[in-house]
Design a protein around this ligand. Structure first.
Ligand code: SF4
Length: 247
């Protein structure tokens, strides 16, 4: 079970780790490589772990570094815990084209067994949701996608399904002009962190535009703490009603 510094969820849960999208600004790759084992790279179907590997008496949480890996032993981590908002697979893209359907199905089945939680999925490949969401999904499962600018917007997804949706505009790499956000249930905005050479610092006007769109559509907005210096005043940190737990 992972405590988290991610401010829009209570906990993270990583039954699958690793990702092949290759984003330059990826923080997860650095973590996985730092705590990895730099072992051989077996076929993806063999990267299924029934227990956390050990080496010289120490746990090895990423034995295949950032190669997609199914940590089946983590499936039940939240089974009997009090209800919370869980970001599923903060160290992966669970819906990358390379992920076997069976891994996703096992994660979904596990979620359904612990309905006290809200589950927040996030992908850069929302097209895969289209293929997977033909069956009923309970309202505590939230389907989000990351988007760094208006190009490649796939908001049409929201018009075809009755599931809860959110968009994570992070890191904000360009203004979101001429886009339509209707039908989304939540918007998260964040800036790039770290010290990457070509790091993009968003302008305040870009953020104002997004907030304006959300206000028009009555969509809650959550600004990540990475916007603090850019926004320059108290951050707007709203949650949809369904995501708020009583503590
Ligand atoms: S999609 Fe996310 S996890 Fe995958 S490389 Fe990009 S930033 Fe990293």
């Amino acid at each position: 079970m992972d405590k988290t510094k991610i401010d829009w969820c209570d906990s993270t849960w990583n039954p699958v780790t690793g990702c092949l999208h290759g984003c330059e600004y990826c923080y997860a790759r650095g973590i996985a490589n730092r705590f990895g084992f730099h072992a051989s790279e077996p076929d993806i179907n063999e990267r299924v772990l029934l227990e956390m590997p050990m080496s010289a008496g120490k746990k090895v949480p990423y034995p295949f570094d950032f190669q997609p890996t199914f940590h089946r032993y983590r499936l039940d981590e939240y089974r009997n815990k009090r209800g919370r908002n869980i970001f599923v697979c903060s160290m992966a893209d669970l819906f990358g084209e390379w992920v076997p359907d069976t891994w996703i199905e096992e994660v979904f089945e596990t979620c359904k067994k612990s309905p006290q939680h809200n589950y927040l999925f996030l992908t850069k490949n929302p097209g895969r949701y289209e293929k997977l969401l033909n069956c009923y999904m309970p309202p505590n499962m939230w389907f989000g996608w990351s988007q760094t600018g208006p190009v490649g917007a796939d908001f049409s997804f929201t018009t075809h399904h009755s599931v809860q949706t959110f968009v994570s505009m992070e890191p904000l790499l360009s203004p979101f002009t001429e886009f339509h956000i209707r039908g989304v249930d939540w918007v998260i905005i964040g800036a790039e962190t770290g010290r990457r050479k070509d790091k993009v610092v968003p302008k305040r006007e870009w953020i104002e535009d997004i907030v304006g769109q959300c206000r028009k559509e009555d969509i809650p907005v959550f600004m990540k703490s990475s916007l603090m210096n850019i926004w320059g005043e108290q951050l707007i940190q709203e949650f949809p009603k369904r995501l708020i737990h009583e503590n």
